[in-house]
Structures are given as structure tokens and as C-alpha cells.
Design a protein around this ligand. Structure first.
Ligand SMILES: *[C@@H]1O[C@H](CO)[C@@H](O)[C@H](O)[C@H]1NC(C)=O
Ligand SMILES: *[C@@H]1O[C@H](CO)[C@@H](O)[C@H](O)[C@H]1NC(C)=O
Ligand SMILES: *[C@@H]1O[C@H](CO)[C@@H](O)[C@H](O)[C@H]1NC(C)=O
Ligand SMILES: *[C@@H]1O[C@H](CO)[C@@H](O)[C@H](O)[C@H]1NC(C)=O
Ligand SMILES: *[C@@H]1O[C@H](CO)[C@@H](O)[C@H](O)[C@H]1NC(C)=O
Ligand SMILES: *[C@@H]1O[C@H](CO)[C@@H](O)[C@H](O)[C@H]1NC(C)=O
Ligand SMILES: *[C@@H]1O[C@H](CO)[C@@H](O)[C@H](O)[C@H]1NC(C)=O
Ligand SMILES: *[C@@H]1O[C@H](CO)[C@@H](O)[C@H](O)[C@H]1NC(C)=O
Ligand SMILES: *[C@@H]1O[C@H](CO)[C@@H](O)[C@H](O)[C@H]1NC(C)=O
Length: 582
């Protein structure tokens, strides 16, 4: 019955059973893979997280652009935690309403952030069902027998509807399988290394289809000399208990550094930070391929820059909330890592904002948290995906022109994939056909993209522009090699093909450039996109190739920025010249 009540037009005081409710979230069914198996005990305690209305997100976003745009009067003047908190702290009225509502049931929220915009509160299933007009039930994942407690609908008193954005866990389900994630190992058996030499590279690097640190240093002119000591940290993220195995990096007979960077100390390793009880147990077989490969490339390419692996556990039990917890944790540090790599892929937008386990409000909250990191001077680098311009082709629900999230958040730098495709007999780096790119349906095009994206649309005469939203945030921003060697469980893997590697390579470039700035007594590079879009010519432009996906022909690479390869792949020396002059 409660569902059918309409919004209250006037502010109504809390009046127990008489207060009107509004639905804050609902879904028709649990996502595929989950089945309802019953009700949890009424006295089981749930820890719910509440996202409260932040006071001035527009002001925060304006500040991010001011401090991140080279040439502006405030460029490089990153904000302190207290200054960021001023933008996101909930209003006194919001806090009062929420606390009064909880206190009426003898409940109390405790803050998860210093601003208090993200709070948690414990309550029993029975209390939650009453308070939220919900029906918390137990759902099971068939494949693993894992159970989760969720509701298909929840409501709050209408007087609170502008104060609470969303509550978790309610209607958002964890991934029941890897629906949202690309296959970790994409076996491309047809690739061979026998193709004509790439003449401008040294003999060892000619004819490579899968790359290694030494050849990447050559290809992108990345320096191999150790970075100068500087108060600089390169953070590498792992989620869902992903971690990196130190044995694969060093100590064993065949270690990554001994094979690929014999010129540096083979004992070089990484620091570790745990969020939500993220693990780092170093047991054989426990590490993740993403954790391993990201750490191996971070240490081997960002020579001399201190690398910290940030492992987030499964406490909130879904990727967006884990990412939000990680972002809020990093925001609580006096100095968050200046460069942050996050290669976890929540999914294509239609999944994240629609039929998937998540909700639009959660994705927007995460993007706002990334704006806060940008305000603190963090360069956040993410990957696109391996589905071209469309969604996951194996799923009947795949949609053409469906870009990846969180790449489409305007406050991250999104990296697509390139390759030397032996089957195409290619002598030059070209965009990967499978590399994700396109236009967001949910985030508007940021100003920094206007010139580049308008030029692309004009040059292609807006071909097929009815199939996607030309006003959306467009991705990727740039691209880099997407096929590399890495070590996992003491074996060399050389068949993976994913922009995850591209993001790790570019993040290493950024960590080195940032180190140069900090060693010279200047601030780090912060949110990179305004700089990148001012200097598209610091990247190697690709004018051939396309990214078909989900039965659509996708986009074509063109001269200048395009939704296949962005501006192209980085040139360290060109970027170095630019950042020295800032
Ligand atoms: C809330 O519940 C969690 C999980 O049961 C528990 O660890 C925590 O101590 C509780 N917190 C409070 C304030 O009761
Ligand atoms: C799930 O539970 C059923 C019934 O107890 C059992 O037969 C099956 O092996 C379990 N599956 C897994 C993956 O544990
Ligand atoms: C790659 O494919 C080969 C042949 O199909 C298979 O034997 C191998 O296990 C696959 N490797 C991975 C990592 O999936
Ligand atoms: C690496 O660590 C081992 C064991 O602690 C030590 O014997 C060796 O000297 C170290 N190598 C270098 C180059 O520091
Ligand atoms: C396209 O995106 C813009 C900006 O996000 C939005 O205002 C507009 O409603 C979108 N148009 C459609 C048809 O979805
Ligand atoms: C766009 O239109 C112009 C003028 O009609 C034409 O010359 C040009 O070839 C078109 N470009 C593409 C990519 O279709
Ligand atoms: C991968 O490594 C194996 C073993 O070293 C080698 O035989 C194979 O040619 C490599 N594959 C590619 C694509 O380089
Ligand atoms: C436009 O998109 C539709 C839908 O994916 C596709 O069938 C068509 O071929 C595309 N046209 C061009 C010119 O890319
Ligand atoms: C891509 O290029 C092909 C071949 O030149 C052309 O037919 C197609 O219309 C182009 N697609 C877009 C979206 O511009």
C-alpha cells in the first residue's frame, strides 16, 4: 500500500505511523543468479549505510575545475580535507531530520567520513522492515550458495526525501558472477609474434605483440633512471580482496623484476594499506591477476616511486560501495596518494544504471567522491573495457553504444587499449578493436572536452548520433598498449588483452611526471583531464581503426580526439616538457 502514496507537498513532522513514505528505491526482481530462499531472523542485525545529501556538489565541481585547469589563477592549489568537507557536509537541517528520525526508534548513526555525509547505523531486520517499509529477505546465489539479505523496495518518510540519497544494502545486489567484470584472462590464441619488424624500436622489441616494461619504456620514452626522492605515493587499488603476491614480484627463482628490470634492485616491493579489512595474506593462489599485473607494472615502470597497494575487502559486499569506502578512506588521509590507479570495472552504463545490481544514485555518489579526490589533488586513472562501443556481447541484453563506468565519471582519466596486431600485419601501434569507448547517457559532457569532442562530431558529420547522446561525457581520454607479459602463480601470462594494462602503464607515466613536479618543489598534477585536453598533441594520434561492439559498427578513429583511442598514446618527453613549463 505504501508504494502508492504520493509525495507529501508540505513538510510534515515525524508522526509515527501517520507519516507519509516515499519510495527511495525499488526493483521488480532480484538480478539473475539470485533466488529468494526465505526471511532472515527478525533480530539479525543489519549495518546500513546512509548517503546523506551533500551541501554543495556544484561548488565542489567548480572548485575542481579551477584548481585543475592549467593557466587558471588557482591551478595546483589543491584543497585540504576541511575545505572539501565544507562542500559535502550535510546541512544542519538534514542532520537534525535524520537523527530525529533514528532517535525515535532508539537508533543512532555513526559517521563514516569526517564530513558526516556517509553514516552507518545498526538495526535489526524487524526494525529495518518497519523503519523503511521494507521486506528484507534472504537471497541465495545459486553458483556459490552465498546468501545476502536484501529488500526489493524501501521507503523513507517523505520529510526526509531531500536529506537521504540512498541506503545500502537494500536493493543493490553483489555481482552473482562476473556479469559486470570482463573475463580476467582473455585468451587470444590466434596472436603470434611473427610479423615484420617495427623499424624504430630496438631489435628485442621489434615484432612484439605482448609487451614488457623495457619495450614500453622504449615505445613511450619512459625514463628508466630512478625517480628522485620525493614525498610522492603511487596508489594501486585492489577490490573484492584482490591483492598482489610478493613472491611473483621477487624472491622466487624467476621474478618479474629479474626478468624484466635486471637494472633495478630485485627486492623492490610495495607498501600495503587495508580498507574494509582488505586482505594481503600472500598465500599462494590467493592473489589476483589484476593485483599482480598492476603492481608489477607500477614498480617496473614508475622506477623509484614508492608504490602502495590499497586492498579493499568485501565488507560492504558490492563493488561501488567498496570503491566509495576506498575513496572516503583516502580522503581522510592528510595526503592521499597523488596518483591512484583503479582498474576495477563496475560495468557498462546500462548495467550500472539500469538492470544491474546497482543504482543510479550510488554511481553518482561514487563520481562525487572522485570529484572530492580530484579536489585533493589526486590523479585517478581508470580503464575503459574490452567490449568495444557496445555492452557485453555474450549477454542477450547487450546494448550498442554502451560505455563503461566508472570511466564515464567526468573526474577520472579513462584509458583505452592499443596493440600491434600481428594478424593485421601491423607495423604501428593501433587502437584495439575491443577497446571500450563512447558517450555517457548519464554524465553530461564536461567543458574541458567541448572543443575536442565537438571537432570529432563535426568531422564525422554526427554519423549515427541518434544512437548515442552526443552531449554526454565521452571516453576514452587517451590510450596505451593493452597486451603485456605478467607473472601469476610463478608463471608468465602473455595472452591477456585488456585496457587494465593500458591504465597501469599510463598511471606509471603519471606517477613519474608527478614525482618530477614534487621533487622540483611544485604541487602534483591532480585531476589530469583539463591538462590533457589542452595538450592533445602530447599523444600519438591514431587515425585508423574502430571499436565495434554488440552488433554495432562502433566508432571510427579520426584525426585528433575520437571515442576509440581518445587523443592516442602518451609521449613521456612531450608530457615532461609540458609539466616543466607549468
Ligand atoms: C554494528 O554491527 C556490527 C556488525 O554486527 C558490529 O561489528 C558493530 O560493533 C555494531 N556497532 C554498533 C555501534 O553497535
Ligand atoms: C550448495 O548447496 C547444495 C545443497 O546443500 C549442495 O549440494 C551444493 O554442493 C552447494 N554448492 C556449492 C557451490 O557449495
Ligand atoms: C587458453 O586457451 C587454451 C586453449 O584453448 C587453454 O588450454 C588455456 O587453459 C587457456 N588459458 C587461460 C588462461 O584461460
Ligand atoms: C635482496 O634481499 C636479499 C635477502 O634479504 C639480500 O641478501 C640481497 O642482498 C638483497 N639484494 C639487494 C640488491 O639489495
Ligand atoms: C543527453 O545528455 C544530456 C546531458 O547529460 C541530458 O541533459 C539529456 O537529457 C540527454 N538526452 C537524452 C535524449 O538522453
Ligand atoms: C561530411 O560532410 C562533408 C560535406 O558534406 C563531406 O565533404 C565529408 O566527406 C563528410 N565526412 C564524412 C566523414 O562523412
Ligand atoms: C607466450 O609465452 C609462451 C611461453 O614462453 C610462448 O611460447 C608464446 O609464444 C608466447 N605467446 C605470445 C603471444 O607471445
Ligand atoms: C548506426 O548504429 C546502428 C545500431 O547499432 C547500426 O546498425 C548502423 O550500422 C550504424 N550506422 C553507422 C553508419 O555506423
Ligand atoms: C566509419 O567508417 C566507415 C568506413 O569508412 C563508414 O562507412 C562509417 O560510416 C563510419 N562510421 C562512423 C560512425 O563515422
Amino acid at each position: 500500500m505504501l508504494k502508492h502514496l504520493t509525495r507529501a507537498l508540505v513538510f510534515a513532522p515525524f508522526a509515527g505511523v501517520h507519516s507519509k513514505f516515499v519510495i527511495l528505491g525499488r526493483r521488480d526482481n532480484a538480478p539473475p543468479g539470485f533466488s529468494l530462499i526465505g526471511s532472515p531472523p527478525a533480530d539479525e542485525v543489519l549495518t546500513l549505510r546512509l548517503a546523506l545529501a551533500q551541501s554543495n556538489i556544484q561548488g565542489l565541481q567548480d572548485a575542481v575545475y579551477d584548481i585543475s585547469t592549467p593557466g587558471g589563477p588557482r591551478y595546483g592549489q589543491y584543497l585540504t580535507q576541511a575545505e572539501v568537507d565544507d562542500y559535502v557536509v550535510p546541512s544542519a537541517e538534514t542532520l537534525d531530520r535524520v537523527n530525529t528520525w533514528l532517535a525515535a526508534s532508539n537508533l543512532m548513526a555513526s559517521p563514516l567520513t569526517s564530513a558526516g555525509d556517509w553514516v552507518k547505523v545498526n538495526m535489526t531486520v524487524a526494525q529495518a522492515n518497519t523503519l523503511l517499509a521494507a521486506d528484507f529477505s534472504t537471497f541465495q546465489i545459486a553458483a556459490t550458495n552465498q546468501t545476502v539479505i536484501r529488500t526489493l523496495s524501501y521507503s523513507i518518510p517523505s520529510a526526509l526525501q531531500n536529506s537521504i540519497h540512498w541506503i545500502h544494502p537494500t536493493i543493490s545486489f553483489p555481482d552473482s558472477n562476473s556479469l559486470a567484470a570482463p573475463p580476467r584472462i582473455n585468451n587470444i590464441s590466434s596472436v603470434t609474434s611473427a610479423h615484420p619488424p617495427t623499424v624504430y624500436l630496438s631489435a628485442d622489441c621489434q615484432g612484439l605483440s605482448n609487451w614488457n616494461p623495457a619495450c614500453l619504456q622504449e615505445l613511450y620514452e619512459i625514463p628508466s633512471t630512478p625517480a628522485k626522492p620525493a614525498a610522492n605515493v603511487f596508489g594501486v587499488s585492489g577490490f573484492q580482496n584482490d591483492f598482489s603476491n610478493k613472491r611473483d614480484l621477487r624472491v622466487y627463482i624467476l621474478t618479474f623484476l629479474e626478468i624484466y628490470r635486471p637494472d633495478i634492485n630485485p627486492n623492490t616491493t610495495f607498501n600495503f594499506l587495508s580498507v574494509d579489512q582488505g586482505i594481503n595474506n600472500q598465500l599462494p593462489g590467493g592473489a589476483g591477476q589484476d593485483g599482480n599485473s598492476n603492481i608489477q607494472y607500477a614498480i617496473a615502470l614508475a622506477t623509484g616511486v614508492p608504490v602502495t597497494f590499497i586492498s579493499t575487502g568485501t565488507l560492504p559486499n558490492d563493488l561501488i560501495t567498496e570503491m566509495l569506502d576506498q575513496a572516503n578512506y583516502l580522503l581522510s588521509l592528510e595526503q592521499p596518494p597523488q596518483t591512484l590507479l583503479n582498474t576495477a570495472l563496475v560495468g557498462v552504463e546500462s548495467f550500472v544504471f539500469g538492470g544491474g545490481g546497482f543504482s543510479q544514485q550510488m554511481a553518482i555518489s561514487l563520481c562525487n567522491a572522485y570529484a572530492q579526490l580530484a579536489a585533493r589533488g589526486v590523479s585517478l586513472i581508470v580503464q575503459t573495457d574490452i567490449f568495444g562501443a557496445g555492452g557485453i556481447p555474450a549477454l542477450p541484453s547487450c546494448m550498442p553504444f554502451d560505455p563503461p563506468f566508472p570511466a564515464t565519471c567526468p573526474f577520472v582519466t579513462a584509458v583505452g587499449g592499443t596493440e600491434f596486431d600481428a594478424n593485421q600485419n601491423e607495423l604501428e601501434e593501433t587502437p584495439s578493436k575491443s577497446s571500450g569507448g563512447g558517450f555517457s547517457s548519464h554524465f553530461a559532457r564536461p567543458r574541458y572536452q567541448d572543443t575536442a569532442v565537438s571537432a570529432y562530431l563535426a568531422a564525422t558529420n554526427n554519423t549515427n548520433s541518434t544512437a548515442f547522446n552526443v552531449s554526454g561525457r565521452a571516453v576514452p581520454d587517451l590510450s596505451a598498449i593493452s597486451m603485456v607479459d605478467f607473472i601469476f602463480e610463478q608463471r608468465v601470462f602473455n595472452l591477456s588483452h585488456t585496457p587494465q594494462f593500458s591504465a597501469a602503464i599510463f598511471a606509471s607515466v603519471v606517477a613519474l611526471l608527478t614525482n618530477e613536479r614534487i621533487a622540483a618543489g611544485k604541487p602534483g598534477l591532480g585531476f589530469l583531464n583539463p591538462l590533457i585536453y589542452q595538450h592533445g598533441n602530447a599523444f600519438k594520434d591514431f587515425t585508423t581503426g574502430s571499436n565495434p561492439g554488440c552488433n554495432s559498427p562502433g566508432f571510427n578513429a579520426t584525426s585528433g580526439w575520437d571515442p576509440v583511442s581518445g587523443f592516442g598514446s602518451p609521449s613521456y618527453s612531450k608530457l615532461q616538457k609540458i609539466i616543466q613549463d607549468l
